[in-house]
Design a binder for this molecule. Structure first.
Ligand code: 13P
Ligand code: SF4
Length: 305
């Protein structure tokens, strides 16, 4: 294996191109990963777009540049594909903030209950769920469910956000959260209120969302941002790669206490090249879990489309 550190960017890109053709590989990336990966990805998107796109690809190998649950979801939806992660240790802490026991407990407590699981969750949790959602379709999907009682896991902030738009549902929250969005402080946002447009991700706390002019997934924020001149962006800062590329004339403001997902930032271009070359970091999900987790994920694709 060539020492990648000794290659310049152009040589690395040549090598990547050759390897992708040789190994029949395609690269998906989330908006939160480093710019060097967004620059070479075949498709960049939010969690819903990536899950959906993964079902349409013809290539044999899918490199999922994101965190572990994203690779798992791609594998569950496409079990015959070879799914690789640039860094197998890049994981979403929130995915582990709910247990199977807690779900079973709730199912015993309520007859008329749907367990609605944010895609930021483990495959095992998905296997015990009725439907999955992402930040771009959670309200729409929950509104379509016949059950009145909804156990929304793991994210309390996203759950609380949809609760406001769906007063006819009894939404039961779980105490999970995204450490990156949950710790965003409102003082600076208060300062900007009324001066610039505030666009925020629904993983932020209620106090932050109450000050936002627009709330949406990373993709929704990107689509919305082009309508304004001056915008405060309240989400993980990987999003600025796409925002700056798409709207060079818009002034984007960052929070001074920068929200950075250290897990997403573990990935880099060299790791992408290495996993394709060595066919490393393959995602495997047991057939038992895969078959069960596929049902809520497919339901999400149907209801969220
Ligand atoms: P979206 O991709 O749905 O905006 O979610 C953001 C996120 O935190 C991904 O982990
Ligand atoms: Fe998880 Fe938050 Fe990182 Fe998204 S930004 S992967 S929710 S820790």
């Amino acid at each position: 294996m060539e020492n990648l550190e000794k290659l310049n960017l152009e040589d690395k890109l040549q090598k990547l191109k050759k390897l992708k053709a040789e190994k029949d590989a395609v690269i998906l990336a989330h908006y939160y990963v480093n710019k060097d990966i967004q620059d070479i990805a075949d498709y960049i998107g939010d969690s819903f777009f990536l899950a959906q796109k993964a079902t349409e690809l013809k290539e044999k190998t899918i490199v999922m540049a994101g965190v572990y649950f994203m690779g798992e979801s791609v594998k569950i939806l496409n079990p015959s594909k070879n799914v690789l992660m640039p860094d197998i240790e890049a994981d979403c802490p929130m995915a582990h903030m709910i247990s199977v026991e807690k779900i079973k407990e709730m199912r015993e407590k309520y007859d008329d209950l749907a367990v609605v699981t944010y895609i930021n969750s483990t495959a095992e949790i998905k296997a015990y769920s009725d439907v999955c959602v992402t930040s771009s379709n959670a309200t729409k999907i929950v509104n379509k469910l016949k059950e009145k009682n909804i156990f929304f896991v793991p994210d309390r902030n996203l759950g609380d956000y949809i609760k406001k738009s769906l007063p006819n549902k009894n939404i039961i929250l779980n105490d999970g959260y995204c450490p990156v969005h949950d710790e965003i402080n409102i003082d600076e946002i208060k300062f900007y209120k009324g001066k610039v447009k505030i666009l925020a991700h629904p993983e932020c706390r209620k106090e932050v969302l109450d000050l936002a002019d627009f709330i949406g997934s990373t993709k929704a924020i990107i689509n919305e941002a082009g309508k304004y001149q001056d915008v405060l962006v309240v989400t993980e800062e990987g999003i600025f790669t796409e925002l700056n590329k798409r709207y060079p004339n818009v002034k984007f403001r960052k929070l001074s206490n920068r929200p950075i997902c250290n897990d997403m930032k573990k990935l880099n271009l060299d790791k992408v090249i290495e996993v394709i070359e060595n066919n490393e970091n393959q995602i495997n999900v047991s057939k038992e879990i895969r078959d069960k987790a596929l049902i809520p994920l497919k339901r999400m694709l149907d209801l969220g489309a």
